[in-house]
Design a protein around this ligand. Structure first.
Ligand code: DC
Length: 225
């Protein structure tokens, strides 16, 4: 439950729509925390890959989850993700981990465990959080909900430049776009809490908007301007 009057901003949308960039800047402007929920699914996906566990096998992932300590900390307002006391914040940003995260995120046992942590964090402080199911499932009572989208080509370009900025020169635009479309399909078609725009979310198509313009849309809605 969200305490009444608490500022909670839910941002959902497909991969590469600009959610994390926008949410981080909005958080900074409003002086609130930003929770990247995708990072949590990524951390579970990473551990499964490292341990050679099939990321689609619910029983094996469930066993692994019981022996896993997932911890989210905010250091100087920046989120850090720990798996079994190891900081994996940087290690979770590879294409292989993206797909593993999408796989494990379709498993109800994983979603239930992570959603519980997300609701706990949201109950304690004002927060902007991004993901796929925040407005529809995690926090359906959130007072502000946005659904960010952009054309598939634009989203792939953004994802590729993110990867390149992290030193990954191995992926092509075509590969990134194919991976992203596969992941979006998987995230939208799963049975439990799929990627979907909440009926009361504001749709923002960011294809032809600058980052500042998108930030302004969110800030003006939240501040009632
Ligand atoms: O936002 P991201 O690309 O880091 O998310 C990685 C995967 O995690 C994404 O493909 C689907 C899953 N995810 C989810 O199912 N629900 C969320 N709230 C956030 C992410």
């Amino acid at each position: 439950m969200i305490p009444e009057e608490q500022l909670i901003i839910a941002v959902d949308g497909p991969a590469g729509a600009g959610k994390s960039t926008i949410a981080r800047l909005v958080a900074e402007k409003l002086g609130i925390l930003y929770l990247d929920t995708g990072a949590m699914y990524r951390a579970i996906g990473l551990k499964a890959l490292r341990e050679g566990i099939d990321t689609r096998h619910e029983a094996d992932i469930s066993d692994m989850l019981q022996k896993t300590d997932l911890d989210i900390q905010f250091v100087n307002q920046e989120q850090r993700v720990f798996i079994d006391c190891q900081d994996v914040t940087r290690d979770i940003r590879t294409p292989a981990v993206s797909m593993a995260a999408s796989d494990v995120s379709a498993l109800p046992v994983v979603r239930k465990a992570l959603v519980k942590i997300q609701r706990g964090i949201a109950s304690r402080q004002p927060l902007i959080l991004d993901g796929r199911d925040i407005g529809t499932y995690v926090l359906p009572d959130a007072p502000f909900k946005f659904f960010l989208t952009a054309s598939a080509n634009e989203r792939a370009k953004r994802r590729l430049s993110d990867l390149q900025a992290r030193g990954d020169q191995s992926s092509s635009l075509k590969e990134v776009q194919m991976d992203m479309e596969k992941r979006d399909r998987q995230d939208s078609e799963r049975a439990f809490a799929p990627l979907r725009q909440a009926d009361d979310a504001i749709l923002v198509d960011t294809t032809n908007l600058t980052i500042d313009e998108v930030v302004d849309v969110l800030i003006s809605k939240v501040s009632g301007r």
